[in-house]
Design a protein around this ligand. Structure first.
Ligand code: NDP
Length: 340
């Protein structure tokens, strides 16, 4: 018997401080199927709650599972048993989902071999649980859009997000300078110190980015040729204002739920480029070997101490409701990780 989370159809439970605009998932016991052929029996160890998981439950994500479905797109599991035709995995191996939509918020499952990627077991569990989405996105955005050289700079918003923390660390490993924008908050110095400890060169609030004095930064570092936009709205307009001529802004998230507005003059006189990135599409366009290569590159950075897991709060799966509520609260700055 296993415990599995399944999306409920009726709204239930008390209202959280920031209302969760979704039907709250329920824990449910499901029978495991027999392990045959290319099947892999996996015991889940830990799985994060990411914004895309919430978007998927709300029904406004680019990829939606058939219902009923198990929530969670990312996580780390351990192989318990394999079917007779499984060649790449063996009991004891650590595995992560090959693609979104696997349903990781559960204790055990039987998946097909091609739905899983084996990863090294010599990295911390929290890093493994959060490896397959945010660091991959950060790495691809840093290397695929502009040919940046050591000493070049990158500007980003929501820099304390999981992706943002990975951007800071990977950029630092690539010897790129980062200009990191965050929303103001009462304990801003604590957050600034934390991001600087990760390797952030500059940490600014959204308001500070708007004042003319900020331009003094660009006496010490070149204007960024790459901007990474997680927010949209005014925040992304500000990022564009600071891009070098011919530079690229890559939008990968829309946390403010506001459209990107680009000034006509910036587009004409600075020839800025607006691009988008979606890891799921990148995976469709690349082989599983290329995804595995990306994972191994990131594992090397983890082993060298250059990439750590985002700030996390571990929450037992049974308390999933608490984790879901915390995941949609502003200024939490801590990734909720369900532990099984
Ligand atoms: P986290 O949950 O780790 O962080 C969320 C971030 O969003 C925090 O920095 C938070 O800042 C900020 N935020 C929340 N609400 C707002 C708001 N209204 N205005 C401005 N900032 C806000 O997120 P992840 O790093 O896991 O994901 C971040 C985004 O990236 C999501 O939209 C996600 O879907 C997207 N993403 C996209 C991928 C792709 O392939 N396109 C891949 C991975 C992630 P604060 O502390 O101020 O609340």
């Amino acid at each position: 018997m296993r415990v599995s989370s399944r999306l409920g159809s009726a709204a239930g439970g008390p209202r959280p401080p920031t209302p969760l605009p979704l039907s709250l998932p329920r824990l449910k016991n499901l029978e495991l199927t027999a392990v045959e052929g290319s099947d892999v029996h996996v015991r889940m160890l830990a799985a994060p709650v990411n914004p895309s998981d919430i978007n998927m439950i709300q029904g406004n994500y680019g990829l939606l599972p058939k219902l009923p479905a198990v929530g969670g797109n990312e996580g780390i599991g351990q192989v318990v048993a394999v079917g007779s035709s499984v060649s790449r995995l063996k009991p004891g191996d650590w595995v992560i989902p090959a693609s979104a939509g696997l349903g990781t918020w559960r204790t055990e499952a039987v998946f097909s071999e091609e739905a899983l990627i084996g990863i090294p077991k010599d990295i911390p569990l929290q890093s493994a649980a959060t490896l397959g989405v945010n660091p991959c996105t950060a790495y691809r955005m840093l290397v695929d859009f502009e040919q940046l050289q050591p000493g070049d700079s990158v500007i980003q918003n929501a820099s304390n997000s999981g992706v943002g923390q990975a951007v800071i660390q990977i950029a630092s490993a690539l010897r790129l300078k980062t200009i990191n924008v965050v929303r103001d908050r009462p304990d801003i110095q604590k957050l600034t110190d934390r991001l600087k400890n990760l390797g952030a060169d500059y940490v600014l609030t959204e308001e500070e980015l708007r004042i003319p004095e900020t331009k003094t930064i660009f006496k010490d570092v070149p204007l960024p040729r790459l901007a990474l936009n997680c927010v949209g709205g005014k925040s992304s307009t500000e990022l564009l204002r600071h891009l070098a001529p011919g530079g690229t802004m890559v939008t990968y998230g829309g946390m403010a739920k506001q459209p990107v507005t680009a000034s006509v003059s910036l587009l004409i006189f600075k020839d800025l480029r607006l691009r988008g990135f979606w890891l799921s599409q990148w995976k469709k366009n690349h082989s599983s070997d290329e995804f595995k290569e990306l994972i191994l590159t990131l594992c090397d950075l983890i082993r060298q101490g250059q990439l750590t897991a985002p700030a996390c709060s571990e929450v037992p799966l049974q308390d999933y409701q608490q984790a879901l509520e915390a995941s949609v609260k502003p200024f939490v700055s801590s990734k909720q990780i369900l532990t099984m």
